[in-house]
Design a protein around this ligand. Structure first.
Ligand SMILES: [Zn+2]
Length: 444
């Protein structure tokens, strides 16, 4: 029986021989064996979904893979699932000496990390506990950097000097922000303009299937701000939560993140390139609590800057979105310069989650921390706490995921001055099997 700890080091030692010209027989045999493992993996993910209804975020593969019977004996079934996962890991390990090309190697690493994460998910379902960092490593193949309170206090002191006004910084920031709320009756018009713009720019750089499409729905009472439900066949249902006021910057953020070139494009490309064309069935299922989510959230967040970098975004907002929302366009630059300052506090939310889930903060302390260091008004901080309780270490996927993908793209030359290369690298990441640890660039 493999323990969680030795599972975490497993596969770091497996080396694939990468070669460009394939030995066809071996290639076919490897492909066949990987396909068998992939099929088992999909079935195990679907079975695990019976224990946690949020686990399977999307599935558009063969319907006969779905479990037919409901769970009768949880502990017996969990132990069967565990043994099946161990067996799959053993089978994967045996393939370590095969020759493979680049994409096959990526596939192997992807499957290894996804199955290891599945093993950890079963451990958690069975009542196992891990610290915040152990859990994020086990489920998402990454650990977020740690910052102490002093780090955020210093940033707040700096912001305090730069933000105009006299009240305390939380009040000042939130009073300022109130001038940038999209009136409810204009939300749909503004959001449509934002998503159409992002779609148009994206389709100029990424070849999308002719029938790709989406629908937008406005919902309430959710712990998140927006959600993409990918239904397969190039179609997404995008939901926007309107419980709390929606600020103008959220229009582009959500349009790019949930739509173009974010989740909708990511899922469409994986479905077309890997599942339909190559018949790699592991790409017909999306287990939410897995390394795939770091790639999904990280690319969706970084995609905002790829589709509308800095000045281009401000210009479009000033000329189109602010007027559509009935907001004062002359304030666009000021609004975005304040948001840029605030973005330095991004990692404060991770610390709130880490301290809360590690039992160091009570609910009240967590809400207070979010108000103090993420400058969230109370109701937003309370919504965030609900998100942390439901999705736990998933929170790292957004900002750490974005940083991992951004650093990878920039270190490979995809800078502002070279948008073509940036789009190329971005497209490669979202249309091939990728793992968080495979994209981490060692910083000097
Ligand atoms: Zn997302």
């Amino acid at each position: 029986m493999k323990t969680i700890l030795n599972l975490m080091v497993l596969f770091t030692t497996v080396q694939f021989v990468t070669c460009s010209g394939n030995d066809n027989n071996q290639y076919t045999e490897l492909n066949k064996k990987m396909n068998q493992i992939a099929e088992q993996y999909v079935k195990l993910v679907l079975k695990t979904g019976q224990f946690d209804s949020d686990y399977v975020d999307a599935f558009y593969g063969p319907s006969e893979y779905k479990p037919v019977a409901a769970i009768k004996d949880s502990s017996a079934e969990l132990s069967t699932l565990n043994s099946s996962v161990d067996k799959l890991l053993d089978e994967l390990e045996k393939l370590g000496n095969y020759k493979a090309d680049e994409i096959e190697t990526l596939r192997y690493k992807f499957l290894s990390k996804q199955i290891l994460s599945l093993k950890s998910k079963l451990f958690l379902i069975g009542g196992g506990t891990l610290s915040f960092d152990e859990e994020s490593k086990a489920l998402y193949d990454a650990i977020a950097p740690t910052h102490d309170e002093n780090y955020f206090q210093n940033l707040i002191t700096e912001l305090d000097k730069e933000l105009p006004g006299k009240e305390d910084i939380l009040t000042r920031f939130n009073e300022f922000r109130k001038k940038f709320i999209i009136p409810k009756e204009k939300l749909d018009t503004v959001f449509n303009a934002a998503i159409n713009k992002c779609r148009k720019i994206t389709s100029g750089h990424i070849k999308l299937p002719a029938d790709e499409n989406f629908q937008v729905e406005y919902v309430t009472d959710k712990p998140w701000g927006g959600y993409n439900w990918y239904k397969g066949n190039n179609y997404s249902l995008i939901q926007v939560n309107t419980n709390l006021p929606v600020y103008i910057d959220r229009a582009i953020d959500l349009a790019a993140h949930e739509g173009y070139p974010g989740h909708h494009v990511y899922n469409t490309l994986l479905e077309q390139n890997l599942y339909r064309k190559r018949s790699w069935v592991e790409f017909s299922v999306y287990p939410l609590f897995s390394p795939q989510s770091l790639i999904a959230e990280g690319s969706a967040n970084y995609g905002i800057q790829v589709v509308l970098p800095g000045e281009k975004r401000i210009k479009f907002e000033k000329e189109v979105l602010f007027p559509l929302a009935g907001l004062d366009s002359s304030k666009t630059e000021e609004y975005y310069s304040v948001l840029k300052l605030i973005s330095k506090l991004d990692y404060a939310g991770n610390e709130a989650a880490r301290n809360y889930l590690d039992g160091k903060f009570t609910k009240k302390q967590t809400v207070n921390w979010l108000m103090k260091y993420s400058l969230m008004p109370r109701e937003r901080a309370e919504q965030r706490l609900k998100f942390i309780e439901k999705y736990r270490t998933y929170v790292i996927n957004y900002n750490l995921g974005q940083d991992i993908i951004k650093n990878y793209i920039i270190s490979h030359g995809g800078i502002d001055d070279n948008p073509q290369l940036r789009w190329g690298l971005f497209t490669k990441i979202i249309s091939t099997p990728q793992t968080p640890s495979g994209l981490i660039v060692k910083q000097n």
